[in-house]
Design a binder for this molecule. Sequence first.
Ligand code: SF4
Length: 476
Amino acid sequence: MNRKKQYLKIKKETPKKREARKRVSDFYPTYYIFTTEEACTQSLRCIKCPVDLLKGIKSEFNFCRTGCPLNNKIPIWIEKVKNKDIKGAFEISNETSPFPEILGMVCPQDVLCQGGCTLSKTISGSVAIGAIEVYLNEQAFKMGLKPDYGENIKKIGKRVAIIGSGPSSMSCATFLLRGGVEVDMFEKSDRPGGLLTYGIPNFKIKKDVILRRFRWMQEAGMNLHLNSNIETPEQIKRMMDDYDAIFVGAGAPRGRGARMKNEDAHGVYNVMDILKHAQKRVFEDFYESILEGKNVIVIGGGDSAMDAVRTSVRMKAKSVRCAYRRDETNMPGSHKEVVNAREEGVIFEFYTAPKEVIIDKDRYVRGLICQKTKLGSSDHTGRRKIEIIENSDFTLDCDVIILALGFDNIVFPWYDDAQINTGKWGNIIVDENKRTSNAKIYAGGDVVRGADLAVTAAADGKKAAFSILEDFNKNK
Ligand code: SF4
């Protein structure tokens, strides 16, 4: 059959899932990685749109490459997978992406590369890009291949300090190492990886996959400083003296509140506290579960809320509900996570807004008073506004409430001294090349955008690394 028509013959497959009743008892990944046969067969579905012939030319059409924030050379590595050239696919995949096997797991592909795939507009559905990307990299690692971290590049005699170790920082470090720069990374936590390590559950991305990348970066010469909180003007001043440039990838770690009565009660947690607690159990730092036997309500409808409900199930909560103000079709997170949560026994309360935490005399949570909502007119983004229905109060019994309502930036005390301009949400302002108002400081990821995707943070870190290298070159 004509290659261009293979997609009509071969059905789109996604990676197989573990059975819900088995996966709820542990934190192992939900999805299996494609087998060689599955990956090669799915690769045949790619119709090689002309976008890779238009390299570098902006197209008004949306293709997989334009949908990917890293502009990955997707059709080229898919062709190599089809031909079983794993080494070639691996080199091209890692040329543009700092950690493709991680992003292939955590990206919401439906709105990125796969959303741009020409086949996504047809009944047969997009190419399974993310799953093929994970397969080809894991297969390459099994074959003993390692990503390039500039081991054979001559050092250029420049030093860069990176604040934070999340996706933007990992990406910036990767491309700086490849450019022959000495990198020192400073992480306030006890393990590197930021949100990838402590904010995304092990059942979505295995922690050893994240730590493997750090091991390789350290083998390539990167100095990783854990438990190193950089936040005072004095620390930054010292850094400015010691390094040729600084990259800030400190994220947006402050969880938002719900502004409801008694929100400070015992048993109300921010989502990051619960996710970090669960990851620490995965690392076997301790074994107790603060949710065992509890009736849990998670407030929110995004990916963090889905991570929290699915984590609560695995932490042996007695019951788990998700309270969300809109309906299922208007949930901001990935639909497949809602499906996974439901399979695992989570109950959804749609059109439900929290009003007040019911507490006992010792201020422990005993329930949640909610109000019913309906969708009103659209706001300037086209999203329907929420209207509260009068006299619709009702109570949900619970003893734990988890707030998963998004994240805000922290305004660090050193910004003023270093003359860093910030926006009204406390985010650092940068130009299109990730340069801040201080000529020696660059920034990217959530610290600039507010809470966003790992892949947009990775794209920022990469852009910043290229700007730093360009500026070093100019000032030689
Ligand atoms: Fe798709 Fe994300 Fe991979 Fe880009 S990085 S190809 S958006 S899965």
